[in-house]
Write a protein that binds this ligand. Structure first.
Ligand SMILES: [Zn+2]
Length: 175
């Protein structure tokens, strides 16, 4: 997977069905853009999560021992897009991370990178929420941690049952 994925051939085959409706130039452009888009949506598989977890934390309370102290750190509205494992259609939204640190804290941009690496894969929202929590618990060993994801699922939008309730919230709590 080091070299990344290539879906040009697959999209060429899909778009060959539309030769009666699109010009060759339109088909070539669509092959390029659609395969690029799909490659991006699964590009998280190319990220080494162990490497991303290394040196991710900083010391907290290094000089002051105060067990009564309980700072809550909240990183809100981190945007993400992911690919529904069942329908291969995108779901997207935002992720909130709230945690009470023990001895370690984490850089905000590292949190964003972790969420990106885990969301740019074929996922179910419930598992994505859990995987983000698991890796952050491993890195931070926090007093408590909550991962909350709000997402719109395009697979639910094309559901012909007329069900419009397509915003889903999942919450993973650790204490
Ligand atoms: Zn789906």
């Amino acid at each position: 997977m080091e070299e990344g994925f290539r879906f040009v051939k697959n999209y060429r085959e899909i778009l060959s069905n539309f030769q009666d409706y699109l010009t060759n130039e339109e088909i070539e452009k669509a092959i390029k853009k659609s395969s690029d888009g799909f490659e991006y949506l699964v590009s998280g598989y190319n990220t080494n999560l162990d490497a991303l977890s290394q040196d991710a934390s900083y010391d907290f309370y290094s000089e002051v021992e105060d067990s009564q102290r309980n700072q809550e750190i909240s990183i809100q509205s981190i945007k993400f897009i992911s690919l529904c494992k069942h329908h291969l259609l995108p779901f997207f939204g935002s992720c909130d991370i709230i945690y009470c640190p023990n001895k370690k804290i984490i850089g905000f941009s590292r949190v964003v990178k972790i969420i990106q690496a885990l969301s740019l894969r074929m996922q179910l929202q419930e598992n994505l929420t859990k995987e983000i929590a698991d890796i952050l618990i491993k890195i931070l060993e926090p007093k408590s941690l909550t991962v909350k994801i709000h997402a719109i699922h395009t697979c639910m939008m094309i559901d012909m049952s007329g069900n419009n309730g397509n915003e889903i919230t999942t919450v993973e709590n650790y204490q």
